[in-house]
Design a protein around this ligand. Structure first.
Ligand SMILES: Nc1nc2c(ncn2[C@@H]2O[C@H](COP(=O)(O)OP(=O)(O)OP(=O)(O)O)[C@@H](O)[C@H]2O)c(=O)[nH]1
Ligand SMILES: [Mg+2]
Length: 224
């Protein structure tokens, strides 16, 4: 989980993981946050709840994931924001589905069940435009191009472009989907999921980040 001043949501996010299920299945669980040098109690809370903290002072959502993914040790990686929006209470089911269907990469469709107040109309509209452009440019059938919860086998990272080539900002989210879905021997799928209202302050600037994400899609399409 990338975190930047998420003291209001990080505890709830970690607590929601069904640790009993992991225990019963003998699945080892490592909780990792990649923190952008939060000035609030994010690190303290995460540590108290058993998470490993990776400090990444360089800015950016993608930068945090690049650093985190290069250091995690598990066979399966699950990602998501530390703001209590993504259903970490369901990740054991998502992992089970990944295993049962022998998938390499799963991304979640938040639009399947958007909880009241989880996404503004402006934000949802922007998401629809971005997903449409992504589908047209890359011929990938994805409904939610900006979802930040992915479940994947770590070895899938070896089959796509090197982590360091990824975008350091918000476009990381669409870029990892493009990479996974367009790589032939990576079996990818989008599954139905949900989104809940955020705890704490939003880091995203709708128009600035939306525009950046859109420009990124065109740039990625034309650069080999
Ligand atoms: N380490 C690190 N984390 C970041 C940075 N920017 C954002 N994050 C985290 O990345 C996640 C996504 O950012 P959000 O502000 O939730 O963006 P969003 O999910 O598009 O917007 P919401 O719908 O309001 O949740 C959150 O957990 C942030 O704390 C950063 O520069 N460094
Ligand atoms: Mg968020």
């Amino acid at each position: 989980m990338p975190t930047l001043n998420e003291e209001k949501g990080i505890g709830k996010t970690i607590d929601s993981i069904n640790k009993d299920f992991f225990g019963k299945n003998n699945w080892e669980l490592e909780i990792v946050i990649v923190d952008g040098d939060s000035k609030d109690k994010t690190q303290e809370i995460a540590k108290k709840k058993g998470a490993k903290i990776i400090l990444e002072k360089r800015k950016g959502y993608g930068r945090a994931y690049k650093t985190g993914m290069s250091q995690v040790t598990g066979d399966i990686v699950v990602t998501g924001d530390g703001d209590a929006t993504y259903p970490f209470d369901k990740i054991h089911n998502y992992i089970q589905q990944l295993l049962d269907e022998n998938l390499d990469f799963v991304t979640t469709d938040r639009f399947a069940e958007l909880k009241h107040g989880s996404m503004s109309v402006k934000h949802a509209f922007g998401n629809i435009i971005l997903a449409t452009v992504l589908r047209v440019l890359f011929l990938i059938n994805i409904r939610d191009s900006q979802s930040g919860m992915w479940i994947f086998k770590k070895e899938a990272l070896d089959k796509i472009q090197p982590l360091e080539d990824f975008n350091d900002g918000m476009p990381f989210s669409e870029e990892i989907k493009i990479e996974m879905f367009t790589t032939k021997d990576v079996k990818s799928k989008e599954i139905l999921s949900t989104l809940r209202p955020r705890e704490g302050k939003i880091k995203l600037e709708s128009f600035r980040d939306g525009w950046k994400n859109l420009k990124f899609l065109f740039k990625k399409r034309i650069t080999p």
